[in-house]
Design a protein around this ligand. Structure first.
Ligand code: FAD
Length: 409
């Protein structure tokens, strides 16, 4: 079998793979990305957080994103029955970007991958990685678009295969998530929101009026379309009759505010999709000759739109470890990659837990919120989950619990 050789091989050209490739190209590394699909391809994860702009900027990809004309985003709005609140990401505790975009991922991922090719990374579409042998020089078994199989060996392997979770599956690194299994039904619609009633610059997260653990996302795009989805345990979704379109429409119909906003929507652009059991964990984020990036490593929950930001952060940390490796330094991947990445993931995890337990809602809808505390919460919602100056990052959940108790009184 033919064997090729490169410096860094990356599995997957999604956000994690593309940003890692761009950062490595800036260091002058030889980079090969193997991507199973032909782009553009549909993907979920459309609401970005301002923290992600820093990584796009560092990777030299920001201009491509800005010029692609995505929907500007400056915050998040929340609704539950008659309660409303919103966060403007520019009014936050941590320094850094306060605005970002809401993106159709088919286009966004293609913009990034194309820019990365221009920067000199080789991207091979419809080349699927079938098997991996980790070690000093990891070796991959690949099937090309024409069916031919070949091998690639590299100095280092970054698994950015997302929900494909290739290495966790092949190397049996998967460990159960401590979140219950949840599923999402979602689609894109021509939204026709009533004039002046929807701030397109914000994602809207709506809690189901009768079920605190069921929620909807509404993510407006440019050109009058929006992404609409509901998240619930599968048994809840299965209670509704008909196909997934009818289920989604029926559940949306139970919320008066969302029904009003979507009264004139045209549901004609995409089939309703379903994804279930997406929360995932691993026993190790790195091993001999490899590291897991983005969703290939861990995925919490979509409620705070943290997925792409975590994917970018992992790419940034991994590329920095590789820079040091090529400079002749000894890199301890557990210490220098896994632990720093997990710090922010832990922050998001506590917020996700508080969301499903209902405590987070008590905080955000509280009528007398202290402005400085709200700015700290806003920082996390904007993705600054690694800023240890923020007491809600540094702390082990105690502060959030205390705040919940104060807001429940
Ligand atoms: P992906 O984007 O999944 O990319 C992986 C790539 O690897 C794919 O292109 C795939 O084709 C390729 N691949 C897989 N296997 C192989 C193989 N064997 N060989 C070659 N290539 C392979 N995140 C947000 O930031 N905002 C949101 O609003 C948001 N909403 C979400 C809603 C839901 C319901 C879910 C489930 C997730 C959501 N996420 C959101 C999370 C987001 O989808 C992911 O975190 C993000 O896409 C991860 O990027 P990635 O680069 O790790 O993987």
């Amino acid at each position: 079998v033919r064997t090729e050789s490169t410096e860094v091989v990356i599995i997957g050209a999604g956000p994690a793979g593309a940003v890692a490739a761009a950062l490595l190209r800036k260091q002058g590394r030889k980079v090969l990305i193997l991507e199973r699909e032909q782009f553009p391809r549909f993907s979920i994860g459309e609401s970005l957080l301002p923290q992600s702009m820093e990584y796009l900027e560092a990777a030299g990809l920001l201009r491509d994103v800005v010029e692609a004309g995505f929907q500007y985003k400056n915050g998040a709005a929340f609704a539950c029955g008659d309660k409303r609140t919103e966060f403007d990401f520019r009014q936050k505790f941590s320094p850094g970007w306060g605005t970002t975009y809401q993106v159709e991922r088919a286009k966004f991922d293609q913009v990034l991958a194309t820019a990365v090719q221009r920067m000199g990374a080789e991207v091979r579409y419809r080349h699927e990685v079938l098997a991996v042998e980790p070690g000093q020089r990891p070796r991959l078994q690949v099937r090309a678009a024409d069916g031919e199989e070949y091998q690639v060996e590299a100095d280092f392997l970054l698994d950015a295969s997302g929900f494909g979770r290739l290495l966790p599956r092949l190397l049996k690194l998967e460990s159960p998530s401590n979140f219950p299994v949840r599923g999402a039904l979602f689609t894109h619609v021509q939204d026709n929101f009533p004039a002046g009633e929807f701030d397109r610059d914000k994602i809207l997260i709506t809690t189901h009026p009768h079920h605190v653990d069921v929620w909807f996302w509404t993510i407006p795009f440019s050109h009058g379309r929006c992404s609409l989805g509901v998240v619930a345990e599968p048994a809840f979704l299965d209670r509704y009759p008909g196909d997934d379109l009818h289920k989604l429409q029926a559940i949306v119909g139970e919320d008066a505010h969302l029904s009003h906003l979507l009264a004139n929507a045209r549901w004609d652009l995409l089939p309703v999709r379903r994804i279930t059991g997406y929360s995932a964990n691993v026993s190790a984020l790195c091993g001999p000759g490899y590291a897991l990036l983005g969703n290939a490593g861990e995925f919490l929950d979509p409620v705070f739109s943290s997925g792409v930001t975590i994917a970018f952060k992992s790419a940034q940390l991994a590329s920095e470890c590789l820079r040091r490796h090529y400079a002749g330094e000894t890199v301890d991947w557990q210490q220098d990659y896994a632990l720093p990445l997990q710090k922010g993931v832990r922050t998001f995890r506590r917020f996700v837990e508080a969301w499903y337990e209902g405590g987070f809602q008590k905080i955000i809808y509280h009528p007398n919120a202290q402005p400085d505390i709200r700015d700290m919460i806003c920082s996390i919602l904007a993705g600054y989950a690694w800023d240890e100056h923020n007491p809600y990052v540094a702390d082990n959940g105690r502060r959030l619990k205390v705040l919940e108790e104060i807001c429940s009184a």
